[in-house]
Design a binder for this molecule. Structure first.
Ligand SMILES: [Fe+2]
Length: 386
């Protein structure tokens, strides 16, 4: 049997545990930084979460520039604006505290500052040649896994399109998993970002690119997320559940660096670009439907996943486990109040062809789905949601 080839890419240092934000001081001295940019968004800044990292950074003796206006779905123009604000500051370390958008912005800035031409055209082939500035990510949501991955997503408004920029220089050098900064995440965001992380874990596990490294982290991520997502949703201050979600999301992000997402994320793209449905929400809406479509091709994988996902599954005959995985996902979305229709987001039956045509274009992910989904099958999935 031939061995699958895969590369493992990893952040250089991961600090975990309550209070680990204090490690920022050590990061400043480790990198020798004298000018630091602390990047966040108005929501995180507004609820005071940026205060602690700011005071630790200021206490380190470095000069600190704060950018606190990263929008929720940054566009390519927001990237250019942020670059203009930073370029004259001789910044030599970027620290991001926030969700996926903030971390994505920090990642692209870390390479834009050393690869100036990138800012003219983020999609230009070969524009990233120089290593990035050192960057630290402090995730406040548990979902995107942006703190572990090499990609960043930006909106091209004229094209109604979200585009992923990928380069291994964009993997954050330092990750700080401090559970205390995730407690303020509202229930609806806890649910949708948490299911996004579950999608990363499950999709990368069934992807044709799955490999032993990915399997290790995806099974653990599924276990952590499934045992805690309902608790984190119903009680945001349940620290144990929050810790599971944070670690599960990070592990699921690591899976993406060696494997890939598949059809859930592919079908999600047109929903994000045109209808501006948040990434986690569109993935959560799609997840059970796409897994049901994959069921016959994934009986073996779903059988392995079942005990990590469903408590007490051992009492059910093993041949029923794959179907139980699909049933569990439908039930979980109900419990988390994830909508089972797209109509509430302004998607209409006459949009079916637009959605299908644009999903089919996401070949990059569809080709990694274990089942080759036909155009008709993709259309049917959207149809069931209208
Ligand atoms: Fe995602």
């Amino acid at each position: 049997m031939s061995q699958k080839q895969y590369n493992v890419k990893f952040p250089k240092k991961v600090f975990s545990g309550k209070g680990s934000i204090e490690e920022l001081k050590g990061i400043v001295s480790m990198t020798g930084a004298s000018s630091v940019c602390l990047m966040t968004d108005p929501g995180v800044a507004g609820c005071g979460l940026a205060k602690l990292p700011l005071s630790v950074l200021e206490g380190s003796g470095a000069r600190v520039t704060v950018i606190d206006d990263v929008p929720r779905e940054p566009s390519v123009y927001d990237v250019q604006d942020t670059y203009r604000k930073l370029k004259d500051d001789a910044v030599d370390l970027i620290v991001a505290i926030g969700g996926g958008s903030v971390i994505d912005m920090a990642k692209i800035m870390s390479v834009a500052m050393t690869n100036e031409s990138l800012i003219e055209d983020l999609r230009a082939e070969g524009a990233i040649t120089e290593p990035s500035l050192p960057m630290a990510a402090i995730p406040t949501t548990s979902g995107t896994g942006a703190e572990a991955t090499a990609n960043a997503i930006f909106l091209y408004p004229e094209e109604d399109l979200k585009v992923g920029i990928v380069h291994e220089y964009m993997i954050p050098d330092f990750v700080i998993l401090d559970v205390s900064v995730t407690c303020g995440l509202p229930p609806a965001l806890t649910a949708s970002t948490g299911v996004d992380a579950l999608c990363h874990a499950v999709e990368s596990y069934i992807s044709v690119l799955s490999n032993p490294f990915c399997e290790l982290f995806s099974l653990k991520a599924v276990q952590l997320i499934c045992r805690s997502i309902e608790r984190a949703y119903s009680d945001g201050n349940d620290l144990e559940a929050r810790e599971d979600m944070q670690l599960g999301s990070f592990y699921a992000g690591l899976c993406l660096t060696t494997s890939s997402t598949v059809a859930v994320h592919a079908l999600s793209y047109p929903l994000g670009g045109k209808y501006h449905i948040p990434h986690g929400v569109s993935n959560a809406v799609l997840l059970p439907y796409v897994m049901e479509a994959n069921l016959e091709c994934c009986r073996e994988q779903f059988t392995t996943l079942a005990p990590y996902m469903i408590q007490g599954i051992e009492e059910v005959p093993e041949e029923q486990w794959p179907q139980k995985v699909v049933d569990y996902l439908y039930e979980l979305m109900k419990k988390l109040d994830i909508p089972d229709s797209l109509t509430g987001f302004g998607v209409k039956p006459e949009d079916l062809d637009y959605l299908t045509d644009n999903a089919v274009k996401v070949e990059r992910l569809l080709l990694k789905n274990p089942k080759k989904l036909t155009k008709e099958e993709i259309k049917n999935i959207y149809k069931r949601l209208l």
